[in-house]
Structures are given as structure tokens and as C-alpha cells.
Design a protein around this ligand. Structure first.
Ligand code: M6R
Length: 591
């Protein structure tokens, strides 16, 4: 999703800012640009594609005291140079960068005297600012009374040198403060090496940086006193550490991530607040998330039912938003899962529950993220930075965290006495340990196919959903996931001898049933591959992938990891970039 980095202070090389913008590359983008304000004129460059293309346009000695820059992930308007940010108003009076969506841009456009050249929602705001031409923060707030939607927006007026306006609603925005130098960014990770302190801009806040000071007002134009936060984030060098891609690096980091998860939970007694008596207060546990995070929640429902013998449900965030408030369960504990902690749908779902004063937990990988800040409790996943768009190690950590959460609530041991720490450590020893050649050979075969199907029962069905998503994302091979028992109720009609079918059978209770469903597909010519923890099937056929874990609640971690490796290799075989699948972004900050 879009990222912004803006700077106001003493003179700096433009390249310095672009370097900070690179820290937001993980969010995904398809074009980039910057504008600097020099002697009442904007100097602007935009490119389609990578930041390296933008860097090529910067002259070695190019410096500025006031600069806005942006990476764009197209939402309204195709990806091209005109639609890239910053957007300048017709007479070049205002320049704007924006992350979010201006929902009423069509209505605003109708009011404008001049139609912007770009078809984007943001270009409308630049033009609107030119026509309204606010000359103070108060007037800037008035302009925003007419703007609806989500925005982290920074604007420069050519007539106000060394002045920066900003507005925030729903999209993340932070201000790094280093003496009399200021940086506005979508992620405080940009401030590492620049500032030791920063400010979190909240929804409905509008501000100006002028005369080396920040002034922030709410929509009622009342001044807000902001707390200064200590920057405790170190920019981890996101190098690929010798791996060709982040996705592969991150799969190979799963063992370490799990160890880290266990050590953090143990050393900081993270699970102590979630004791049996705390959980007993609730009738039900509800998980909410998108994509892979939703799948972690679905798996979580099985953990809760199995370990805590409690009712549980999982919702896709955007679907949860469709539910009437009256149907929200006030006796439920809601857990919002998000790797980034910034996903707009999940954030809105959290706000919906918060409004009713129902307790909320955020299960996130980024402690300073909006979802972490807004929830009542935070349960950290300790995967470390995940750069590849396809979530791998974060998913594995989400499952382990929910598992340990349930086990702690059940047995009330927050130290080593609780077997779950040992169990997860044990998984960490097995997770990156599989026959890579076998999976690569399988990937060669799958790469030639048009479609794939994944089946399983209960937890294995959830694994099917997640593996199907992963394969689609990085290989563009169409695939679907079916509960094994459903196959004969429709999907069998699609099976031909060209169809690879992956059957997950990692739960003794259901293995035979899933194998029977796979047999039905086999009888109709499908190529069947079985991923199983059953020793009985282990060496029976070369199309069997053995998962060495008898605890059926934890075998999905191993099965998912192997299939992530398969998806990665299919992507490579097809000459694709698994780190940045087409059309997708890492952090989806718009609804
Ligand atoms: O940051 P989040 O966990 O909230 O992201 C949710 C989804 O967008 C994410 O899991 C997406 O489905 C991944 N690309 C899956 O690999």
C-alpha cells in the first residue's frame, strides 16, 4: 500500500529521503515520486516501477529543506506517471501526497472549476486545496470538513516556504522529531537513525509544521497536546542474507521465529494476563482477520474448542463489518489477528467491537501498529520483520501463539512447567527439516498446471485453505480448497487427469476419510499427493509427503511450511517474483 515520507528541516540531500522511503518498500507499490519546494516552486519527479528508477533522476548535489515523497499502490486510476504522487494542482500552487482513499472525490470533483489531469482521488484534493487556498491550519481543517474517507495526507503550498500541512484519518501517520528537523512517515521505522522521539498522529487530527514547531488541532480546531514517544525501533537491515528472495529467507527463518516466540512468551510472561479465570469470563472466543491472518483465526477456533472446550468462531474482517451490531456477542472475547497491525478491514472490525466496550486482544507482529495500540491487550507474534507479500513465518508464529495462549489458559502455568513451550520448541526443530529435492521435483510438475485443489478435514481443511491461498498468490495458478467430504458434492466435476489434488491427512481421527475422498479423485484420473503424519502411509508411495508430528494440533505448522516451500518453488519455476506478486500489497491500509 502507499507509503509517505516527508521532511522539513535543515538542508538534506533528496537521496536521503528516498533512502527512508525504501524502508516502506515492504508495503508494496507500483510507482513513486517526490516534490521539493525550492524558492516558491515545486521541483517534482515521478516514475513507474522501482525507487531505483526515481533515484536515477536525482542529481548528486540535489538538496532540499522541504520535501514530500511517496510510493503508490494503485487503487483509483491505473499505474502510470500521471497518477503517481505527489499530485500538483493545476497552477502548481499545492502539492499533495496521500495514503488512503478519498471516498467522496467524485462529488468534490463536480464542484471544481478545473478538472485535474490525473484521474486519482488524491489529485482532486490537490485541486480542491488550490481552489480553497487555506492560509492557516484552521482554514486547512475547514477544507477537510468536506473530505470523506481515509487519509494520511501531507500538503505543501508554494506560497508558504518551510511549512508543511498534514491530516490523518484511518491511515497510519507518525512524525519523527530530531531537534528542529521533522519527518512525517507511514511507519516510524523510517525514523531509525534520524530521530530518537516521535509523535503518533491520531484519527481526526490536523497539523502544521512551521517555524520549527508542530501545532496539532482536532476537527473542532482545539489544540491537542501530544505525547512524545521514545523511538525503540531499530531498522533491521532487510537484506536477503544470501537468499535469492525474502520469501525463501522467511520460510527458512521459521525455526528461529518459533524459538523466539517461545522465549519471548516465557521470559516476559506474556500470557499471564490471559489466565483461566480471565478466559472463564467469556462464553466464546471470536477471531477476526484477513487472508492468512483469517486462516490463523480459523485454526484458532479448533485450538480453542479442543484445548479450552469453549465455543469459538472466526470471521473475515470485511464480512464481520457486514454484521449488525446487535448480533455482536457481548460475552465473547474478540481476538484481532494481523501481521502488519495496519490492515484497514481488521482495524475497522476492532473499532466496531470497541464501540460496544467488549474486550479486545490484538495478535500482531508489529507492536507499535495501530491495531496493537487500539486493542485492550496485545499478544505479540515474534516472527521478526516479514517483507515478502506472502505471509509465511508470521502465520507459523500466529498458530504457535494461539496454541500457547490456549494451553496457558487451560493449565495456568506461565513458566517452563507448561508443556506447550516444549512442544513448540520441538516443532521449531522439525520445521525447516524436509526433503527439499522432493518438493522441488513436485514444484516442477505443478508449474506446468493450470489449476490445483487442496482437501482436508477440520484443521487439515484450514491448512488446505492457507496452502491454496499461498500457491495462488505467488504462482498465479488457480486453486481452491475443499473440505474432503464436500468434494463429491460438486468439485469432483472439475477433476481431470490434469488436476493435481493435495490431500492433507494429519489427524488420525479423520485420515481415512480424507484418503477415501482422495481415492475418489484418483479414480477419476486426478494426480493425488498426500501430506500425512500417518506412519502407515509414510513410505507407501512416492506421492506421499510425511509430516513428522503426531500432535494433530501442531502438524499444520509443519504441513503449511512444506507447502510454502512448494509454492515458492513453483513461483521460481514460472520466472515470477514471489516477493512481490502482481496486484498485491503487504499492508492493506484501505478498505
Ligand atoms: O497484515 P495482515 O496480517 O493484517 O494482512 C492480512 C492479509 O492481507 C495477508 O495475510 C494476505 O492475505 C497475505 N498476502 C497472505 O500471504
Amino acid at each position: 500500500m502507499c507509503g509517505i515520507v516527508c521532511y522539513l528541516g535543515s538542508e538534506r540531500k533528496t537521496a536521503y529521503l528516498i533512502d527512508k522511503l525504501k524502508r516502506l518498500e515492504y508495503r508494496g507499490y507500483d510507482s513513486a515520486g517526490y516534490s521539493s519546494l525550492i524558492k516558491n516552486a515545486f521541483y517534482t519527479q515521478k516514475v513507474v516501477g522501482k525507487l531505483e528508477n526515481l533515484e536515477k533522476l536525482i542529481k548528486n548535489d540535489e538538496k532540499s529543506t522541504c520535501l514530500i515523497s511517496h510510493t503508490r499502490w494503485a487503487t483509483h486510476g491505473e499505474c502510470n506517471k500521471i497518477n503517481a504522487h505527489p499530485h500538483l494542482s493545476k497552477n502548481n500552487f499545492w502539492a499533495v501526497v496521500h495514503n488512503g482513499i478519498i471516498e467522496n472525490y467524485i462529488n468534490i470533483k463536480k464542484e471544481l472549476k478545473d478538472e485535474p489531469q490525473s484521474t486519482t482521488d488524491t489529485a482532486v484534493v490537490a485541486e480542491f486545496l488550490e481552489e480553497r487556498n487555506p492560509k492557516s491550519l484552521e482554514e486547512f481543517v475547514d477544507v477537510f470538513k468536506e473530505i470523506k474517507g481515509s487519509y494520511a495526507l501531507v500538503a505543501l503550498s508554494k506560497n508558504e516556504e518551510n511549512t508543511m500541512y498534514f491530516a490523518k484519518n484511518k491511515s497510519p501517520m507518525f512524525i519523527g522529531v530530531s531537534g528542529e528537523d521533522f519527518m512525517i512517515a507511514s511507519d516510524p521505522i523510517c525514523f531509525s537513525g534520524f530521530a530518537k522521539e516521535y509523535i503518533i498522529v491520531e484519527d481526526g487530527e490536523f497539523g502544521i509544521i512551521k517555524n520549527k514547531k508542530i501545532l496539532i488541532l482536532n476537527s473542532e480546531k482545539i489544540q491537542i497536546k501530544k505525547q512524545i514517544q521514545k523511538l525503540e525501533i531499530e531498522f533491521e537491515n532487510s537484506s536477503k542474507a544470501g537468499y535469492p528472495h525474502f520469501m525463501l529467507k522467511e520460510i527458512m527463518e521459521e525455526a528461529g521465529a518459533l524459538e523466539n516466540q517461545v522465549n519471548t512468551f516465557l521470559s516476559r510472561k506474556i500470557l499471564k494476563p490471559f489466565s483461566k479465570s480471565f478466559i472463564d469470563e467469556f462464553d466464546r472466543i471470536v477471531f477476526v482477520g484477513c487472508g492468512t491472518a483469517y486462516h490463523a483465526g480459523l485454526m484458532g477456533t479448533h485450538y480453542v474448542k479442543e484445548i479450552l472446550q469453549k465455543n469459538a468462531d472466526a470471521y473475515i474482517s470485511s464480512e464481520f463489518l457486514c454484521e449488525k451490531d446487535t448480533f455482536l456477542d457481548k460475552k465473547a472475547l474478540y481476538i484481532f489477528i494481523s501481521q502488519s497491525g495496519e490492515t484497514a478491514d481488521t482495524l475497522l472490525a476492532l473499532e466496531k467491537v470497541k464501540k460496544l466496550k467488549i474486550p479486545t486482544i490484538a495478535l500482531t507482529n508489529v507492536m507499535y501498529s495501530t491495531i496493537s495500540r487500539r486493542a485492550d491487550y496485545v499478544l505479540p507474534t515474534c516472527a521478526g520483520k516479514e517483507i515478502a507479500v506472502a505471509s509465511t513465518k508470521a502465520y507459523i508464529c500466529q498458530l504457535s501463539a494461539i496454541y500457547m495462549f490456549c494451553k496457558n489458559a487451560k493449565y495456568e502455568y506461565f513458566d517452563e512447567k507448561n508443556a506447550c513451550y516444549f512442544e513448540i520448541n520441538n516443532i521449531s526443530k522439525k520445521i525447516n527439516n524436509f526433503d527439499r529435492e522432493k518438493i522441488k521435483n513436485l514444484a516442477n510438475l505443478i508449474s506446468t498446471k493450470q489449476e490445483c485443489v487442496f482437501i482436508g478435514k477440520a484443521l487439515d481443511y484450514v491448512t488446505s485453505l492457507e496452502c491454496s491461498l499461498k500457491l495462488k498468490e505467488v504462482s498465479y495458478i488457480n486453486s481452491c480448497a475443499y473440505p474432503s467430504g464436500e468434494l463429491k458434492h460438486g468439485y469432483l466435476a472439475m477433476i481431470t487427469k490434469e488436476t493435481p489434488l493435495f490431500a492433507f491427512a494429519t489427524n488420525e481421527k479423520f485420515n481415512l476419510k480424507t484418503i477415501s475422498s482422495a481415492e475418489e479423485a484418483l479414480a477419476r484420473g486426478a494426480m493425488v499427493f498426500v501430506i500425512t503424519s500417518s506412519k502407515e502411509f509414510a513410505n507407501s508411495n512416492q506421492n506421499v509427503i510425511y509430516i513428522d508430528e503426531q500432535n494433530s494440533l501442531l502438524s499444520p505448522l509443519l504441513a503449511s511450511s512444506v507447502m510454502q516451500y512448494l509454492a515458492y518453488n513453483v513461483s521460481i519455476n514460472k520466472n515470477l517474483n514471489p516477493d512481490m506478486p502482481r496486484n498485491l500489497a503487504k499492508s492493506v491500509t484501505v478498505e
